[in-house]
Design a protein around this ligand. Structure first.
Ligand code: PLP
Length: 404
């Protein structure tokens, strides 16, 4: 793998991303409908692009301070305060990062000593285990079951907590499952956190994409503000994946430690991206809501379509991913995804890319247009016909799960 050059053992131990390999193949194929990558299809609003262009025209091409533009930190603090009643000090409790990705890496490096354990839900976002390992920590999978809407059980979290457990990594609305715990479920998780004196790294990048109930930031739960690091960014809500800008909000000592690493490794996030992010926060609420409403329609279309053709799928409460079971087909997730790609030209991601608990599922991103979603469903249906696969009965949702 290293081509003869000796590389660090930590890096050698990290498997290449299954998703990347798969999508390298997809990019070389024609007429593929991709339900693969979690990337909003509508791009960045023009007013946001113009803010960056304007800054460039004015010659604003320098570094910013390590913590990021104070105007951006103030705008984020005001938005979090107005929206969630979370009031962070923009000077000491906020850091602008190169996306949530950098915030995650900084947080883990600032918190972990070698061998410290981090609880990670299984399945969850592909970057979590390698980032923990690269920071010298040990990722510890905690199952989140389909029958629990992929919300972890407090007793399972408790069972995996040891004296070495330092942090719990949460992500809701979740990738790849779309899971959103109720407030009561979050409070039960918070009780475990309190009992074992853990830090919570809460990746809330899909906070605006919670369809059935208002988003509850973990830091708003009683006693959690002082032990929670909130990570968020502009990639998903504002269609800004390529700009690479996000933020971390949390206790001043942790933000200070993260800033010390960031000042030597990234220096600062791109100035143009930061200026664009200030403008993004001025996008009227009704425009954001229109996007969310559009995703809600796509969610309905994909989930009912998948169930109709016999791939049992729970209704995800947030994000833009459906996570149907393919168990009834008799194929494993990898075989299913590979054959579907080559035989029916639909790309989706094998569920076990997100942890062993994802086996038997595939992830379908529905950040694509309704006609594309419908065509993808029709192609999968024909593929199942040719396969002679048995079909699962439709998932009937339990009562209103979002009720707190
Ligand atoms: N966290 C989750 C849960 C994600 O799904 C993604 C991207 O798909 C990221 C973080 C990466 O975010 P960013 O673009 O802000 O680095």
């Amino acid at each position: 793998m290293s081509g003869g050059m000796r590389l660090s053992r930590a890096v050698e131990a990290i498997p290449p991303s299954g998703i990347r390999q798969f999508f390298d193949v997809v990019s070389r194929m024609e007429d593929v409908i991709s339900l693969g990558v979690g990337e909003p299809d509508y791009g960045t609003a023009w007013r946001v692009r113009e803010a960056a262009i304007y800054g460039l025209e004015r010659g604003r091409t320098t570094y910013t301070g390590n913590s990021g533009l104070l105007d951006l930190r103030r705008a984020i603090a005001a938005a979090l305060g107005d929206q969630y009643g979370l009031w962070y000090d923009p000077e000491r409790e906020l850091l602008i990062t190169v996306g949530v990705s950098e915030g995650l890496d900084l947080a883990l490096r600032a918190l972990l000593d070698p061998g410290d354990e981090v609880l990670i839900l299984d399945p969850s976002y592909v970057a979590y285990p390698p980032c923990v390992s690269l920071a010298g920590g040990v990722p510890v999978w905690t199952p989140a079951h389909a029958e629990d809407r992929f919300v972890p059980r407090p007793d399972e979290l408790e069972r995996r907590t040891t004296p070495r457990t330092r942090a719990l990594l949460l992500n809701y609305p979740g990738n790849p499952t779309g899971a959103v715990p109720t407030r009561a479920e979050l409070e039960a998780i918070a009780a475990v956190v309190r009992r074992h004196d853990l830090v919570v790294i809460s990746d809330e990048i899909y906070d605006r994409l919670s369809y059935d109930a208002p988003h509850v930031p973990f830091a708003t739960l009683p006693g959690m503000l002082e032990r929670t690091l909130l990570l968020n960014g502009f990639s998903k809500t504002y269609g800004m994946t390529g700009w690479r800008v996000g933020y971390a909000a949390g206790p001043a000592p942790l933000i200070g430690a993260m800033t010390r690493i960031h000042q030597y490794t990234a220096l600062c996030a791109s100035r143009q991206a930061q200026e664009a992010a200030i403008e993004a926060l001025r996008v009227p609420e009704r425009e954001i809501q229109a996007t969310v409403d559009d995703y809600a329609l796509r969610r309905q279309a994909i989930v009912s379509g998948l169930n109709r053709i016999g791939l049992a799928c729970h209704m995800p409460a947030g994000a833009f991913y459906a996570f149907p079971s393919i168990a009834a087909t008799g194929l494993d997730a990898h075989e299913f995804a590979t054959r579907l790609l080559h035989e029916a030209r639909v790309a989706l991601v094998p569920g076990d890319a997100f942890g062993p608990g994802g086996a038997g599922h595939v992830r379908c991103a529905y950040a694509t247009s309704l006609p594309q979603i419908e065509e993808a469903i029709a192609r999968i249906d024909r593929f199942l016909d040719r396969l002679g696969a048995s079909r699962a009965p439709e998932v009937v949702e339990a009562a209103a799960l979002s009720a707190d």
